[in-house]
Structure formats: C-alpha cells, structure tokens
Write a protein that binds this ligand. Structure first.
Ligand code: PAF
Length: 279
C-alpha cells in the first residue's frame, strides 16, 4: 500500500485510473470501516482510503483534540484489506490557506437533527468530502448508513453538483449485542459499554411498534426519550422521519406507508452516540 500525503503526488499516482473506489475516514479504524473497504472493492479498483481528522467539522467544545489517532494500527489493517493507496494528508496539505470557500448545505436538511445539535458540522463534512473527491477523483465512494444524515447530505451534494462520483451506502456494522461500531465507542467506560446497546434496542422497540400499526409518532418518540433518560442517557433527539428527506411524516404519509427511518442521538456519560433504523 502506498501512503501519500501530498495532493500532487496523489494525482500522479492515480492518473489514468477510471474505476477508483474511495472510502474517506477519520482513522481509528474498526471492523465497520473495514467492511466499507470490502464493499468498495466490489464496486471498483483500485481502492483508495483516506485518513484525515477534519477540524472543520468539529464544534469548539467537541472532541477534535482527543479524537483517537491510531495511524500505525490503521495502516496495518488497510494493508490486510488490500487497499492500494492510503491518502493521509496533514492539515497543511489539505488546508494550506484558510478554507474560505465552503459548501453551504440546504437548511431543511442541514439544520435538523445532527445539524441542529452540531452547528456547522455539515458544512465541515461536505466541504472536506468535496475536497477529498477532487483529490481522489473517484468513480464511486462508500459511506456508512450509521451516519444516515451525512450519507444523504453527501448523496444530495453529489447529485446537485453533478459530480462524477456514485455514492454507495454500506449497512451499519454492529457488535454482537447490537451496538453500532464507532470510533467514539472507545470513550465508553465498561459500565457504559454494557448499557450502550440499549440505544439500538430502543430503536427496535419503536420500529416494532410502528410495524405493529402504532402510528402515534410523537408519543412513540416521547416514550423512547423517557426510557433512555430513565436509564441514565441524555438524549439529543429520537425522531421518526421520512427516509426520503428526513422530514417528519404527515398523517397522509403514515397512511400511505411512506418508508421511515428512526434516528437517535444521545449522550451516555460524556460520550455522544448516534444510531438509526429503517422501518
Ligand atoms: O464519517 C466520517 O468519518 C467523516 O465525517 C468523513 C466522511 C470522513 C469526513 O471527514
């Protein structure tokens, strides 16, 4: 595997490649990331991964400084997956001057759910993804469904800017007890790790209720928030939304069985976890 930090060198290395499959990451790779690499391989060749902890998408009180950086272990894992190039730029490579041009996500998708609780997050994500796409120029790029709103945002951005990159969605990779794998799981204490799967259990409980015909969306959301709070979580949101645009379903949508997704974000101690489940 070639490890490249400079954009010019990356362009040299990938010149003439028409089927590049790209997986952007912030490192601290776990089995979830590795499943993205394997999906990328099915959709293109060569596979290019990136590791870059993108300061732009972290709020001032978030975990940019303490975000786990495990470069040597990450390299070993990517080598085993047969990744061809690891693009691992420094901040100077990516932002040699202040990034004044930025992507402005649409308000209806950008300011709800994650966007509401993490102002500026999606501007940071879409700006770096656009920049990484112009560095790698992939034919396909793989994003996990765990970050459901991010996936939708990137997909809409690629469509609206007519980018030549197809966005591929990967299913969420879970531990045996249901917890969605995430680099932030490493922040959990042993007791918190035991409690953490109850977020997914709550998503399943509400999904089962909907499938069973309970369509009182506000009551279902409230009951989930109450349950989690009682168990010691501090929920940011637990929201039943339409899959198509992440807006709340109307009575008409519910009557016509519009496809739904339940999205949740909650803090356990000082660790913020997100998860979702399609219904
Ligand atoms: O999902 C992530 O790891 C990041 O948001 C991404 C897409 C690599 C952009 O920094």
């Amino acid at each position: 595997m070639k490890i490249i930090s400079s954009i010019a060198e990356l362009h040299d290395q990938l010149r003439g490649q028409l089927r590049t499959a790209f997986v952007p990451t912030m490192g601290n790779l776990h089995d979830g990331h590795l499943s993205l690499m394997r999906l990328a391989r099915k959709h293109g060749d060569p596979v290019v991964a990136s590791i870059f902890v993108n300061r732009l998408q972290f709020g001032p009180n978030e975990d940019f400084e303490k975000y786990p950086r495990t470069f040597a272990a990450d390299v070993e894992k990517l080598e085993k997956e047969g990744v061809y190039v690891l693009f691992a730029p420094t901040e100077k490579d990516i932002y040699p001057e202040p990034q004044e041009f930025r992507i402005q996500p649409p308000n209806d998708l950008g300011n709800i759910l994650e966007g509401h609780f993490r102002p500026g997050f999606f501007t940071g994500v879409t700006t770096i993804v656009m920049k990484l796409f112009s560095c790698v120029q992939p034919r396909v790029a793989v994003f996990g469904k765990k970050d459901y709103q991010q996936l939708m945002m990137v997909r809409n951005m690629a469509r609206q800017f007519a980018l030549p990159t197809e966005i591929i969605a990967a299913e969420t990779y879970r531990a045996k007890d249901g917890l969605a794998l995430s680099s932030r799981n490493g922040y959990l204490s042993e007791t918190e790790r035991t409690e953490a799967p109850s977020l997914f259990r709550e998503l399943n409980r509400v999904a089962d209720a909907i499938r069973g015909g309970d369509l009182d969306v506000s009551l279902l959301e409230k009951s989930a928030i109450d349950q989690l709070t009682q168990r010691g979580w501090q929920p940011d949101y637990f929201a039943i939304r339409k899959r198509i645009d992440l807006q709340p379903p109307t009575a008409g949508d519910l009557a016509t069985q519009e496809p739904l997704v339940i999205l949740a974000a909650a803090k356990l101690g000082s660790t913020r976890l997100i998860d979702n489940l399609e219904v």
